[in-house]
Design a protein around this ligand. Sequence first.
Ligand SMILES: [Fe+2]
Ligand SMILES: [Fe+2]
Length: 365
Amino acid sequence: MDCLQLDDVQRDWLRHRFKAADAGHPAIAALHRSVSALIASDASVVRADWRVPAADAAYGIPRLCSRVPLPPEQDDCEDLLASILENARLPALPIVFHKLQQQLEDPDTSVDDVAWTISMDPKLTVSLLRLVNSAFFGLKVHVETVSRAVAILGAKRLSALATGTLLLGLFHERPPQAIDVDEFWRHSVACGLAARTIGICIGRETPERLFVAGLLHDIGWLALCCERPDLACGALRESAHSGDMLHECEQRVLGFDHGVLGYRLAAKWNLPPAIASAIAWHHEPEKAVADSANALHMDDVDIVHFADLVVHAMGASITCDQFVPRLDPQSWERLGMAPEHVGMVVHAVATELEMTLELLRAEAA
Ligand SMILES: [Fe+2]
Ligand SMILES: [Fe+2]
């Protein structure tokens, strides 16, 4: 792939990042071209450190991992999943969250219903008003009440945003071991923005739900790091030493990956089924196709699958899971996205990421 305008170090970094990707696929070629152009125009948008890690180095494994003991042998992955999900240390969700979930799924939800639910939580109210008045939405008027915000943005759009704000805020209160929270946030928010932009590019009517699906797609990894840092570090070490993708190493070490754990968490939290399916299958859309329960939600699965690829290519990865994951060609076909749109997605993430990160960080603090 061509990246003539880059210096040698940047070229090496890009080659390394795309090493598992199918260079002959038009979507991957477009992604490579767009990220090369972005680096050539403003390299600092992508990253400050261009070193390529040595193959056997522990690069990307957070320092905390060196203090986490090796995991014991796992006998039964279903028991392990259940114990992580049942563990009391996972944050409890506020009542307002469940109410908003019901309203998101209910076609009869009115503007007043959602405004009333959000108003029950003063911190959420302040957060949402700040978000709504930010440059992210680019509104020409200043919005001072939740009911006005709901009227302008729509009930579903605002409750999707409230859901993401609430969930990330909860985890931010308990920074987990074995994870660089800033990198995790960066990856999650970038994926949310990419998913939202892909949705807009291909004419979907649910960009806010796609933002939340992208935001939460790796929530299972966060939960694993909160609950079982020993197992998370075991998978990270395996990934650093084998060079395989993190989710593949999780399957070897744990018997399941963060998609499955995230799906079970999403079910426990009663998240909308489309978001739960995207969380479950973002690494393996082909497995979602095999299960008829996902038939209605393949759009969300395919969009988050490609959004995850885009942000890995842009240098926003979770820890050492640093390569561009493999693209499922059938998933790309289903999306019906033109390769020319890939550059728009990369551009949107590059221009909106820092601003959105600042906003959400401020809300969760
Ligand atoms: Fe993932
Ligand atoms: Fe991801």
